[in-house]
Write a protein that binds this ligand. Sequence first.
Ligand SMILES: Nc1ncnc2c1ncn2[C@@H]1O[C@H](COP(=O)(O)OP(=O)(O)OP(=O)(O)O)[C@@H](O)[C@H]1O
Length: 469
Amino acid sequence: MSNSGMVWVVDDDKSIRWVLEKALQKAAIETRSFSNGNVLLEALKSEEPDALITDIRMPGIDGLQLLKSVQNSHPDLPVIVMTAHSDLESAVSAFHGGAFEYLPKPFDIKEVVEVVRRACEHSKQRQESIQNNHVVESTPEIIGAAPAMQEVFRAIGRLARSHITVMINGESGTGKELVAKALHRHSPRASNPFIALNMAAIPKDLMESELFGHEKGAFTGAQARRSGRFEQANHGTLFLDEIGDMPAELQTRLLRVLADGEFYPVGAHSSVKVNVRIIAATHQNLEVLVAQGRFREDLFHRLNVIRIHIPPLRDRREDIPLLMQYFLSKAAAELNTELKVLKPDAEQFLKALDWPGNVRQLENLCRWLTVMASGREIHKNELPPELLHSREESGGADENWQGVLKKNIEYQLHKGDQEIAKHTIPVVEAILIKSALDYTGGKRHEAAKLLGYGRNTLTRKIKELDIEE
Ligand SMILES: Nc1ncnc2c1ncn2[C@@H]1O[C@H](COP(=O)(O)OP(=O)(O)OP(=O)(O)O)[C@@H](O)[C@H]1O
């Protein structure tokens, strides 16, 4: 089995198999495809992937039968079930049949990669914990030298040994879950479960039973009693990601559970008591949601006891090289290949990008580079084309004056201009002096000091360059 993750895909539709293969390979995940479930079940007798993606509707053995069969033979193998959106019934069955995740069609490729990666991670953690003979929560390091990250670390330290509710704010991929795990690990609950649930990833109809569990027969497909995440997190921590996506009725239920410490699973007649620490996270501005009447104010206040803000990556660019080094060595170890090294031109370029997907996007890029870059050293021109272009499209180069200057010089060269330095340097120098004079309100003495020129030099240059004051 590969270290990076091996996923088996079963779908009778060749084009879907092709799309999935391409997307997963690009994300450095190995794939093997099957056009029907029986062949896959046969292959499972001799080999085991990290995760399985199956369609629901297929000729021969269908997705749900396959799920059932795999559950019997390989109960710990994560199965991801794809289904058309209209098929809610089957989605409910899939979820409660024990599918790791359900993916509504038409699916978003990014989402597929994300879910598969999570499934592989899940598999790996389980294998590690089996090897170590006890359940271990993997303890990834949190990298961050930027002052804002140091502030986050201080907050984790100050909150250690506490049971207090925490709200984590930050864009997607900034590391909210990582911080939540760190809070858990440094709490008195560390030896009890950390359970994460992403409100944005679960179909609304399934959320209630996912959180609170259900009794046998509570609804179609509920063949047995199932404990909810609250119960699973008893004495531990429940991480509620994307809390802003929680529907109104559930907000009310959650508030009641937080107040009473007990709840009724769906279809149950007796209540369950739990002791759970809540850590909530969101990329949204909950105050705005409250003002719009989309989030309960009383629940907001209950959750918003302590707030930790994780800044987007573009606001802590100094961490980009550190994170890249960390992820490149992690990817090299995982993939059992040589460590790739970024050359300064590539690093400079990456440091200046905006990273809308934050740390997660950076991590994915490092995996991609580890697999795709041909040599040990990575130059700028070996970066994925979409990254190189994103900069041009967003006009990002304009924010970078060296880039603009470079383009201008290239243009002059192209035109066949002569004595380019002689023309360019005075222009740059004039901008330098003019800005300093504007800044000091025309005080030459101060401007000279700020620029590092002698007073006389500045006077001479003002004259030579014909700068108006
Ligand atoms: N400071 C960091 N150091 C090392 N790894 C990090 C850091 N921040 C994030 N990561 C990694 O980046 C990935 C995304 O982080 P995480 O899942 O915690 O983000 P998130 O904010 O919870 O995202 P989302 O809101 O989309 O769920 C994870 O693999 C995580 O381990």
